[in-house]
Design a protein around this ligand. Sequence first.
Ligand SMILES: [Zn+2]
Length: 476
Amino acid sequence: MYEPTIGLEIHIQLNTETKMFCSCPIVGYDVEPNTDVCPVCMGLPGALPFPNKKAVHYSLMLANVLGCEINRKSVFARKNYFYPDLPKGYQITQDEIPVAEKGQLKFKLPNGEYKTVRINRIHMEEDAGKSYHIGSGEISLIDFNRCGVPLIEIVSEPDMHSPAEAALYVRNIKQIVTYLGISSADMEKGNLRVDANVSVKRKDETELGTRTELKNLNSFKFMQKAIEYEINRHINCIESGGFIVTQTLLWDEKENKTFPMRTKEELSDYRYFPEPDILCIYVDEDEINHASESVGELPGQRILRFIRQYNISNEIAEKVCETKGFSDYADKVLKITSDKRITINWLLIEVLRVLNEEKISIEEFPIEPKNLAELLDMISSKKISNTIGKKVFREMIRTGEDSKSVLNRLDIKFISDENELEKIIETIIAENPVSVNKYKSGKTNVIGFFMGQVMKKTKGQADPRKAKDILIEKLN
Ligand SMILES: [Zn+2]
């Protein structure tokens, strides 16, 4: 009956070394406020901005991947508005002629079908500072370190029709920019921010309904909740005969509802005009080619390569390649190990578990790829059991040693000597007459119990296959 329509604006903070228009370094959040600023990013009189070439290069890379038309000449513009975290009184952005326009992103939906979202434009701009409100708002502090940090804004056409589709689109953009290496696109750290335009119309109507804009959605969860809430609010309003008012809204994560930020200014209120202190940006054939050569392997290509090279399923390859960092690591391990199936299991279960439990990224994971590969090869060639493997793995994480050092230090030897195993198994059989009788009466599942005893007695150091063979022989 009703059809929601969603368009998204994604802001991505670029990981260039310096800011968009000055040579201030881009610093993390652990840095003292207001220390990485200069007359340019503070907008002091007489300071002249100078565009960051790397940021232009990154924009061209993204434009290439999203199939956009690149404007050989693009123009920076001033967007005038007053806000305390914007010391210049205007933001330098691109208005009429952005760096690139008219692209598209095609991505897979959970039902296996493909969805195409058209990209309206990609433009470059600078970030504003950050305000901190203390107590109930009577004191506000401002940190200008973020002023002038380069951003790319990706504006989609209103082509999405559910919160889930919107979230998938953002996930795909995030994956692309991290594979390109142009942004860490971490929503929690605020270097990927989303604004959503939401409207609702009756299915039989051709014109879109009045839209509201949700600003600063900073997590996938809140983004989906906020869009869902807005859709329902619009429908309820239309049903009760009301009108939707064009508004900019924020999401209240405690109350689980949207609330108005300010009445949306008319676009002309920003009094856009070409930035007089910066020449137009001209890009030539060489720069466009250089950008397309810098693109490297994209997620889709890597998934296909992993399926071919490592003989794994599409589903598994998609999981492994979800983030560039993890798939880089997996690639290094898989290139070395002989048993790809065991390797994939360890990567997706054991390694991911550690990352989740320790809340660390794969870049911080303490085991070098070649050391993990060495351990996995010992497990797959039965030099050590899976149980011992896990124990060694935990030690490697704790100390950063390689597997051989851990095995030496803990004095772990693998018991595959048959005589030794026979003796141990004979003792176990002698100690457990009840279970022996159970086995003889046909309850063969007591093998599991006996194997547990073997592993207990050998502290997990027995070769499980040999032990099982001997056990069955002895029992029979
Ligand atoms: Zn600066």
